[in-house]
Design a protein around this ligand. Structure first.
Ligand code: HMG
Length: 390
């Protein structure tokens, strides 16, 4: 019996049309720019307009990849976010409406910090195994907010990843063996009613590496895949230097050949993240997209390793095999053109936009004329959010 392949059929990405240059931020905070550019590993940070949120960014990401056939086959929308817009109603319902999906579908939101999109991906895989004709739309969308003049400030960002999960996928076949690890710790959290995360930054970076060691060692026991069996290793990237630290930990006893190959692919895989900052749930998958778009050396049949980490904390290491048609799953979108077309804002403008961000402000009419995006939050009235598409 031929086993059915299940995995990522298409992947799309959207972020703000505004960004802050990290050199400008460093100068304003009296830091050496190289601390942000090299020490943190970020060159630009997405700045989110008040008229944008996880729903609008997810709609923009999904619109880039969804065709009519997908619309007919999508029967489940799983929206991973830790920047949800309602305590009860899922962002997936707003999204399905904005995209014009059919009504006889399931729509849910899932949460476990930055791990959420991996949970969504694994849920989708199980669903497709039982419903091979169906497709699942998986979203990882967030707005990473620590606050102006906080240590976490240079690691902010935002955007959305949309993935279509199905059988016979164009991009990546997910392999079955995975290693997960969960432990109740306080490294990063956002209490109810807070619009900014609280974080024990240095502790969180140490825990990330501990969890990585745990799931990497476990996966080695389960699969016996060695470094030479991987075409690339990808990491959750809260800031890109964090992933580099993770990779260096794994490469401690590597041969020169493995080390050179995996560092080279990591450099391709962090290019988009350097431009945008932390996407929380979407970060690992933006790194995957960055690898697919920018690497000139990965090829069909390569095994890709994924380290997913979400504070609180939950980690998982899983793998997939790159498929022959993986370029087709990118739907011909020119991401460098989109990123290069963004408009830069000054530090003062960023601070103003940051503080004007709305979460639960009542009776607000938003001035959306300046925002040329296809999907917009136009206002909140009687605690009801009003979205527009154009
Ligand atoms: P900090 O205290 O401002 O920075 O906070 P630092 O003093 O540790 O410096 C950062 C790095 O820059 C260091 O390198 C310095 O040596 C280097 P490292 O020792 O780490 O390799 N440096 C320089 N390099 C070159 N030239 C220079 C220079 N000066 C200094 N001139 C911190 C940094 C990341 C802690 C902070 O920004 C923060 O708290 N960020 C938020 C927390 C975070 O991102 N944690 C990551 C792990 S937790 C996670 O991934 C989950 C998360 O995504 C949330 C979720 O799951 O939902 C956050």
């Amino acid at each position: 019996m031929k086993l059915m392949k299940i995995g990522i059929d298409k992947i799309g990405f959207a972020t703000s049309d505004l960004y802050l240059d990290m050199v400008d931020l460093a100068n304003a905070r009296h830091e050496d720019p190289n601390k942000y550019l090299i020490g943190i590993g970020q060159s630009k940070m997405a700045v989110i307009r008040p008229t944008q949120d996880v729903v609008t960014m997810a709609a923009a990401a999904a619109k880039k990849i969804i065709c009519q056939e997908d619309k007919e086959k999508i029967s489940y929308v799983i929206f991973a976010t830790e920047s949800g817009v309602d305590n009860s109603k899922s962002a997936a319902i707003y999204l399905a409406d904005l995209l014009g999906l059919k009504l006889n579908i399931r729509t849910i939101e899932v949460k476990q910090a930055c791990y959420g999109a991996t949970a969504a991906l694994q849920l989708a895989k199980g669903y497709v195994a039982l419903n091979p004709e169906s497709k699942v739309l998986v979203i990882g969308a967030d707005n990473a907010r620590y606050g102006v003049k906080t240590p976490g400030e240079p690691t902010q960002g935002g955007g959305a990843i949309a993935m279509i999960i199905g059988s016979d996928p164009k991009i990546l076949e997910l392999e079955n063996e995975t290693s997960a690890y969960a432990k109740n710790i306080m490294d990063f959290w956002r209490p109810l009613g807070h619009s900014k995360a609280l974080v024990d930054g240095k502790y969180s970076s140490g825990v990330y590496l501990d969890f990585l060691k745990n799931v990497w060692d476990e996966q080695l026991k389960r699969t016996n895949y060695q470094l030479q069996d991987y075409g690339a290793l990808l990491f959750h990237l809260p800031y890109t230097k964090m992933g580099l630290k993770g990779l260096r930990q794994i490469l401690q006893d590597a041969t020169a050949e493995d080390s050179t190959r995996l560092i080279r692919e990591f450099e391709y895989a962090r290019q988009f993240n350097c431009e945008v900052g932390n996407l929380y749930t979407g970060s690992l998958y933006l790194s995957f997209l960055s690898l697919l778009v920018n690497s000139t050396s990965i090829k069909s049949g390569d095994r890709i390793g994924f380290f997913s980490y979400g504070s609180g904390a939950q980690a998982e290491f899983f793998t997939g095999i790159l498929q022959p048609d993986y370029q087709k799953g990118l739907a011909g979108v020119d991401y460098w053109a989109i990123l290069n077309k963004r408009q830069s804002v000054s530090v003062i403008e960023y601070e103003d936009l940051f503080e004007r961000h709305v979460f639960d402000i009542e009776n607000i009419e938003l001035d959306y004329q300046a925002d040329k995006s296809a999907f917009l939050l136009a206002g909140i009235h009687n605690y009801k959010r009003k979205y527009l598409s154009r």
